[in-house]
Design a protein around this ligand. Sequence first.
Ligand code: HEC
Length: 251
Amino acid sequence: MRKLIFGLFIAVLPALGLAAGAGVPLDHIETDHTDKQSLQSGAALFTNYCMGCHSMEYARYKRVADDLEVPVALYEENLIFTGAKIGELMKNSMSKDMAAGWFGAPPPDLTLESRLRGEAWVYSYLRGFYKDETRPLGVNNVVFANVGMPHVMVDLQGLCAVPPSIGVGASVEPLSGNVKNGDACPEYAIEGSMTAAEFDKAMYDLTNFLSYMADPVKVERERLGIFVLIFVAIFFVFAYLLNREYWKDVH
Ligand code: HEC
């Protein structure tokens, strides 16, 4: 009995771990790895805005180009800035030690980031920057308090003047009919080139891309899974008939 109770306790441990991770409210996101256009635009954003600091060193350019259906020559020309060959790992040349000196913490590799933190966390984090003069870089983040990363997409989003309301969702005030929290950020200190909706879509694409990088075989796995289940269902009929045949003389 004691063993059983101990076994049950071990079984629920991972669930407790997850519960502890969900501290801040997050905006939900439904990623779609079959949406190649979204993944391509995410890859372009990542290469242009993130890869100077963050590597993806557990993946190869070639694999990404093939999966995203980008011709190799086009990929090499537009999405590799380091002079690397298409078959190489997606590394960058930032020194971890020097970066730690500049930002307080080195920018981590992001290949598995969406598995580590969750897609909702990444999506919310990317939209969670706001102006905070008390921080060394003048910005803070509602999802990652006192983050060392600068707001690198300020030219796209602009800079939110107050902490944006992430994880609250839009609602309609019953008396006035006004929409509350339609946009996460109500007021900007610096205007960006995108509208709030455009930026949300861009961050959806970027999160979709990060989610694909962390699990590149997801689409293939799910496709195969259906065939495996069909096989198991058909095999069950034969296994059942065989079992009946074996036992028919045993009373
Ligand atoms: C100028 C360098 C720089 C650029 C460019 C940059 N980051 Fe960062 N990023 C950092 C640093 C430094 C940290 C670590 C912050 C800390 O731990 O306080 C970080 C942290 C992160 C984290 C959190 C990692 C974790 O789990 O602790 C994510 C996610 C992230 N960056 C995504 C991005 C994305 C997506 C882009 C491109 C839009 C990007 N970063 C561009 C420097 C950068």
